[in-house]
Design a protein around this ligand. Structure first.
Ligand SMILES: [Zn+2]
Length: 212
């Protein structure tokens, strides 16, 4: 569902451009709204959310899908935790569809899906591992890296129930915006994947903006 935002970039209290292949990690406080802006189009932003006050509570794809009765995420979607609590709500969306089934790229899955020689290619899981290693104070470990959201990524489910990584439907300037219902750690890997069309074979930067 396409819903445009009324928020002005000039009124944001924070903004940061996240290069392709880099990570973004920040606490968004309850009541704040944040936007991920697809600057050049067709870029996947692989995202994890944790309760900033208890990281054992985190985003849950299955609870979110079950409660909304739909596999795609868009405006109106409540992003639920593994405890069934609302973490964030998508309040604006000019892309219209985001994936939470496809998972994030990893060197292991690149090897299985594409080729043994892809083993050394940079993947989202590496960026998340680097993020938690550089932020020990959060208390996150490898086992806390679970299912995620792929903002702007197009993974349609076929009539037969199959998953397909399709060409993106995002475009330059499209964005998705969420309001936090609790203090959340936002951990984004701006995907470096080059083997499937999630980034249009050309990973590009995204921008994160936050409003009070
Ligand atoms: Zn990735």
């Amino acid at each position: 569902m396409i819903v445009e935002s009324e928020k002005q970039a000039a009124a944001a209290i924070f903004s940061e451009v996240v290069p392709a292949g880099d990570y973004f990690l920040k606490v968004v406080e309850a009541g704040q709204t944040f936007r991920i802006l697809d600057l050049e189009g067709n870029q996947a932003a692989d995202t994890l959310f944790y309760n900033a006050n208890d990281v054992s509570e985190r985003y849950s794809a299955m609870d979110t899908i079950r409660e909304q009765g739909n596999v795609y995420l868009t405006a109106g979607t409540k992003l639920l935790s593994n405890l069934g609590n609302e973490m964030l709500t998508i309040v604006a969306d000019t892309c219209g569809r985001h994936d939470t089934l496809g998972g994030a790229c990893a060197t292991e899955s690149n090897t299985v899906r594409y080729d043994l020689e892809k083993r050394c290619m940079h993947a989202c899981r590496d960026s998340w591992m680097l993020a938690i290693a550089e932020h020990e104070e959060l208390g996150l470990t490898k086992r806390d890296i679970t299912h995620n959201i792929n903002f702007f990524m197009n993974v349609p489910v076929t009539a037969a129930g199959g998953l397909t990584f399709a060409d993106g439907i995002s475009a330059p300037g499209k964005y998705v915006e969420m309001t936090a219902a609790m203090d959340v750690i936002v951990l984004i890997s701006n995907c470096p994947q080059l083997n499937n069309p999630c980034n249009g074979y050309n990973p590009t930067p995204v921008e994160v903006l936050i409003w009070n």
